[in-house]
Design a protein around this ligand. Structure first.
Ligand code: S3P
Length: 443
């Protein structure tokens, strides 16, 4: 039986199953799906992409690209053909580009639009995206020659950008952000000279891998990435998008924390710049095996097999944080089931995600009985206390809705308000949770 994705505003009640068993294929990776559409839109020719994530964020990217004149063909086998327009061939959009809830859509599009000489665009998003900082992208794009404007001195959406002939820059970023790095590299592809982005520690490297595979001259030196522009003819890149490690993360934690479980996750992307959670869970004592490791479209992929595991507390901070930045809410759930005090630090970037994830994770886990303290740059969780059943709120944040569901299914159940937020990255999440054996009821 399938549960339709809950309608906006609906709650979902999750019960704790006696056992969790099954095999799942999680949706296509969100980061790679955005990039597959955006980068191939700039290619000279057609690319065929299979396994695209169908969450609302990726749909936002596709809609924006359509408004910029890019054609997509949906094939009967589920693949999508992207008709590239060449590196400088996008149309000026007639209306506002609606990026919905998606920071990746807005920031990467800004990098692309910065180099579309003479064309003007306005970008907007939902209430959450309007709160997220954009100056970190608009300022360096301004130094490259684009004209960008936004509310509060160019910090907040709605934003306007007029593309220009760009010059290369060297940008030293105070934060490790793949969205910022990718925006500048996409502008760099269109700029004259070598554009370099230097991060404090390495963020996810999908952009570097894909642009190199499309023929751009990319150089990597530690946490510095450079591209030589302009690249007039990016080769289209046809590939299969692997499963999203950030979606698999929910099942990894759930299976570890539930005492009767064994779950197999097929075809998950295990790019090391994404799998910090795997390292941390293993340090906590998790039994997770990688099987059938392979390379698909230049990205490492494996099947993950995870079983119930008694967990112990850890300390997490420093360079690993960008490698598990999206997994911290669910890592906090793992910590709630681990013996001892877990400290997560250096994670202040969480305050500017789809919600303030330090505040919202602490607040909602506390409602379920977790002993958690919100710190300036992280969380402290004293694990091992039995959870209780309560109503929790997603705050419109997909990862919070799913992390709460994991806590509920491994703990004592919960009602999750605003459960439809999961559709941003994982529309079939509630079906998959039921598939594994949990009781999932739309309220
Ligand atoms: C993403 C980068 C990260 C991550 C987001 C996706 C990407 O954001 O949190 O979910 O696809 O480049 P930041 O670059 O802002 O850290």
């Amino acid at each position: 039986m399938t549960t339709r994705a809950p309608a906006p505003g609906r709650a979902v009640r999750v019960g704790r199953p006696a056992a969790l068993h099954g095999t799942l294929a999680v949706p296509g990776d969100k980061s790679l799906s955005h990039r597959a559409l955006l980068f191939n839109a700039l290619a000279s020719g057609e690319a065929r992409v299979t396994g695209l994530g169908l969450g609302e964020d990726v749909r936002s990217t596709r809609r924006c690209l359509e408004a910029l004149g890019v054609a997509f063909l949906d094939e009967p086998d589920g693949s999508v053909v992207v008709r590239g327009r060449g590196a400088s061939g996008l149309d000026e959009p007639e209306g506002v580009l609606d990026c919905g809830n998606s920071g990746t859509t807005m920031r990467l599009l800004l990098g692309i639009l910065a180099g579309q000489e003479g064309r003007f665009a306005v970008l907007d998003g939902d209430a959450s995206l309007r709160r997220r900082p954009m100056a970190r992208v608009l300022e360096p794009l301004g130094q490259m020659g684009a004209l960008g404007l936004g509310r509060q001195g160019g910090t907040l959406a709605p934003l306007a950008i007029r593309g220009a002939r760009l010059r290369a820059i060297e940008h030293r970023s105070p934060v490790a952000s793949a969205q910022l790095k990718s925006a500048l590299l996409l502008a760099g592809v269109q700029a004259e000279g070598v554009t370099t982005v230097i991060e404090p520690s390495r963020s996810r490297d999908h952009t570097e891998r894909m642009l190199a595979a499309m023929g751009a001259a990319i150089q990597i030196d530690g946490a510095a990435v450079a591209v030589r522009g302009p690249v007039s003819d990016l080769r289209p890149l046809s590939f299969h998008v692997p499963g999203d490690f950030s979606s698999a993360a929910f099942w990894l934690v759930l299976a570890c924390c539930h005492p009767q479980s064994r779950v197999t996750l097929r075809g998950v992307g295990v790019n090391p710049t994404r799998t910090g959670l795997l390292d941390v869970l293993r340090e906590m004592g998790a039994r997770i095996a990688l099987e059938h490791e392979r390379l698909e479209g230049g990205e490492p992929v494996a099947d993950l097999v995870v079983e119930s595991s008694p967990l112990r507390a850890v300390s997490v901070g420093g360079a690993i944080i960008p490698r598990l930045i999206d997994e911290i809410p669910v890592l906090a759930v793992a910590a709630a089931f681990a013996a001892g005090e877990t400290r997560i630090r250096d994670a202040e970037e969480l305050r500017i995600k789809e919600s303030d994830r330090l505040a919202t994770t602490a607040r909602e886990l506390a409602r379920l009985g977790v002993d958690v303290t919100e710190e300036r740059d992280g969380l402290t969780i004293r694990g091992g206390r039995p959870l209780h059943c309560a109503a929790v709120e997603s705050h419109g944040d997909h990862r919070l809705a799913m992390a709460a569901a994991v806590a509920a299914a491994a703990g004592a159940g919960a009602t999750i308000e605003g459960a439809s937020a999961a559709s941003v990255s994982y529309p079939s999440f509630w079906d998959d949770l039921r598939e594994l054996g949990a009781e999932v009821v739309l309220e």
